[in-house]
Design a protein around this ligand. Structure first.
Ligand code: NAP
Length: 296
């Protein structure tokens, strides 16, 4: 990829932002890290991939204590060494660690593995048995201590968000990370509008349907191919660009192959026409009734 293209990507990522409730602007594309750090032979390549992504402007990095039992956080820690201030760092706490007795220790362990003194965002990975009020209290305590700057949730459906909103300090949540891609549009019916109404971004995980494996149709559909040809890109770049078409969604594709990192960043430069979006809607329609939240 030549310098001109890289400059175009950086400009697009700087222009296409999501504004967090506290006014912080984030590029609509970040980077996922599930399965990274687990194979020592892949380590250098994974670190280079994340660093290339940061250089291109995909500065939000998403990890979790769950991923590789902390190996993903360790790898991210290495990748962002000397670059911490360029990165918006997100990690997640296991639901079973999200009570007042364990959340501080879980966060401390994540910080150690990431070799940093704070997280930009700490998410409850999914809902477990700990009452929401207790998790919120733990998150607020960490925030007051400066160990996390913000907190949010993941895999919360609309009813969970309502409950969160009606729990003391629940309105301090700044994001909900859920599965969202062109082949899984359930949240378009109710959750995405709920989030927009409450000015809280969605972080879209598996935005490439795991390289198309969750929905083969994303790779094979003739309409996607046709639109991809029009922009001289790959079908999955169309799927990724579609995910970040609104200003309330940040997508976090995971990529280790250099060409995948470049392709994902390039997706930010695709500007759809109304006609493109209508054509995609016809093949991958928005649901007209409530669908249960897709989870992996
Ligand atoms: P994904 O990002 O949809 O897909 C990743 C797969 O797609 C990898 O196999 C990757 O290959 C491949 N890929 C990446 N870019 C590509 C491209 N341009 N063309 C073709 N293939 C491409 O799936 P994901 O990892 O499940 O989701 C992304 C991130 O979301 C995770 O890494 C994690 O951080 C987060 N997540 C959160 C939850 C949650 O419960 N909160 C659940 C799942 C995921 P290479 O790696 O070989 O390049």
């Amino acid at each position: 990829m030549d310098e001109k293209k890289r400059a175009e990507i950086k400009t697009a990522l700087a222009k296409h932002v999501v504004t967090m409730p506290d006014g912080t602007s984030l590029p609509r594309l970040g980077q996922g890290t599930w399965y990274m750090g687990e194979n020592p032979q892949m380590k250098d390549k994974e670190i280079k991939a994340l660093q290339l992504g940061i250089e291109l402007g995909m500065t939000l990095i998403d990890t979790a204590e769950m991923y590789g039992n902390g190996d993903s956080e360790r790898l991210v820690g290495e990748a962002i060494k000397g670059r911490r201030n360029q990165v918006f760092l997100v990690s997640k706490v296991y639901p079973q660690h999200a009570g007042l007795d364990m959340i501080s220790k879980a966060c401390e362990n994540s910080l150690k593995r990431l070799e940093t003194d704070h997280l930009d965002l700490y998410l409850l990975h999914w809902r477990g048995r700990v009452p929401l009020a207790e998790t919120i209290e733990g998150m607020e305590k960490l925030r007051k201590e400066g160990k996390i700057l913000r907190w949010g949730v993941s895999n919360f459906d609309t009813a969970d968000m309502e409950e969160l909103w009606n729990t003391k300090n629940g309105k301090n949540s700044v994001a909900n990370q859920v599965l969202y891609h062109l082949g899984s549009r359930g949240i378009d019916f109710d959750l995405l509008p709920w989030q927009s109404k409450h000015n809280m971004p969605i972080m879209a995980y598996s935005p490439l349907a795991q390289g198309g494996t969750l929905r083969k149709q994303l790779l094979n559909d003739p309409t996607i191919h046709d639109i991809a040809d029009k922009y001289n890109v790959q079908p999955l770049q169309i799927a990724l660009a579609w995910t970040i078409r609104s200003n309330n969604v940040i997508a976090i594709p995971k990529a280790v192959q250099e060409e995948h990192v470049l392709a994902n960043a390039e997706a930010a430069t695709i500007e759809f026409t109304e006609e493109d979006l209508n054509r995609l809607d016809q093949v991958f329609p928005k649901p007209n009734r409530k669908m249960p939240l897709d989870i992996i």
